[in-house]
Ligand binder design. Structure first.
Ligand code: SF4
Length: 323
């Protein structure tokens, strides 16, 4: 959870998540939608899917692997996470490098070399890998911060080349910024007489496999844009993902005639969704071959990401019968 998300945000989610999935077995036997619902609002949903896949792999294997190489065979575990588990949980001499560690090493050595080789040298030479790795991470997070590092109280100041040569603020050199892309994506709120809402399981760069209101542009979401006839703008909301600044424009819409049958909808991976309970936006169901699935995470996402005016959220909630 802490990859890409700040600690203050994660704390509340972590407690709830651990209560909901207290063991690897509990996580491995959950559905993807259950996990996504518990993750809802944290963003970067790939992490949630990979966490569940990792739990399934570990559960099938019977035990948590112990070495970096074995750990890296578990879905979702890369070099950094493998190093953290191997060193902190099992005391292995495994290096870890994240943004914080990279900065500390660059300043300590006064040069931006390959941080993984340097971290490996240090972990091989140290007494306790677990303490060294955690110490490097904490030093970067609390003392050797990107701006205004607290060199006066730094426990390794006397070994620090950047401090000695007065280059603390030059290292590490800033990365070249990626240009920001502005996207405007229409989303369509299509309802039927029973109050059901049309949704689609999306594939693309964002929110893969999550149910989503169908869209009118394929630059972000992989599926073919929905053909609609009449549209009326309800409002807009903004969402930023890395260098993409997206404005979603939500329209009330009628389907184009070519899609007006259920078979045509299914062919384009579209489903009619209806509310199954009246508990706000918590449980909304969709009928598919796999039975009823929760799309609460999707609706909460809209709420979390400023569906700017409450009136608009109310309209969606009313439309799905959850308001
Ligand atoms: S002395 Fe300053 S720059 Fe060097 S490691 Fe400590 S906090 Fe970072």
């Amino acid at each position: 959870m802490l990859q890409q998300t700040r600690m203050e945000v994660v704390l509340g989610y972590f407690e709830r998540f651990i209560q909901r999935f207290p063991t690897i077995k509990a996580l491995a036997s959950s559905t993807v939608d259950d996990v996504l619902a518990a993750w809802s609002g944290l963003g970067y949903y790939r992490r949630a899917r990979m966490l569940r896949e990792g739990a399934v792999a570990v559960f099938e294997r019977g035990a948590m692997p112990r070495t970096v190489d074995e750990l890296m065979t578990v879905p979702g575990i890369g070099r950094y996470t493998a190093g953290a588990i191997a060193s902190i949980a099992f005391g292995d001499r495994a290096p870890i490098v994240d943004g914080n560690v990279k900065r500390v090493l660059a300043r300590l050595d006064g040069v931006e070399d390959d941080p993984w080789s340097r971290a490996e040298e240090l972990v091989k030479a140290c007494e306790e890998p677990r303490k060294l790795n955690q110490g490097l991470m904490e030093l970067g997070a609390l003392v050797c911060t990107p701006r205004n590092p607290s060199c006066d109280v730094c426990p390794v100041q006397k070994y620090c080349v950047a401090f000695a040569t007065n280059r603390v603020h030059e290292l590490p050199r800033p990365k070249e910024k990626q240009a920001t892309r502005e996207l405007r994506i229409p989303l369509y709120l299509v309802t039927d007489r029973k109050g059901r809402v049309l949704m689609r399981r999306e594939h693309g760069k964002l929110m893969t496999s999550m149910l989503h209101l169908p869209h009118g542009d394929s630059s972000l979401l992989g599926a073919r844009p929905l053909e609609v006839a009449r549209t009326q703008l309800i409002g807009t909301f903004r969402h930023t993902v890395t260098n993409r600044r997206i404005t979603f424009a939500l329209f009330e819409a009628k389907l184009a005639d070519s899609l007006a049958t259920f078979a045509a909808l299914r062919a384009t991976n579209l489903r009619l969704v209806r509310a199954t309970t009246a508990e706000g936006m918590q449980r909304v169901g969709v009928h598919t071959e796999r039975g009823e699935e929760s799309v609460a995470h999707m609706l909460k996402l809209y709420a979390d990401h400023d569906l700017v005016h409450l009136r608009q959220i109310d309209r969606i909630k009313k439309a799905v019968g959850a308001g």
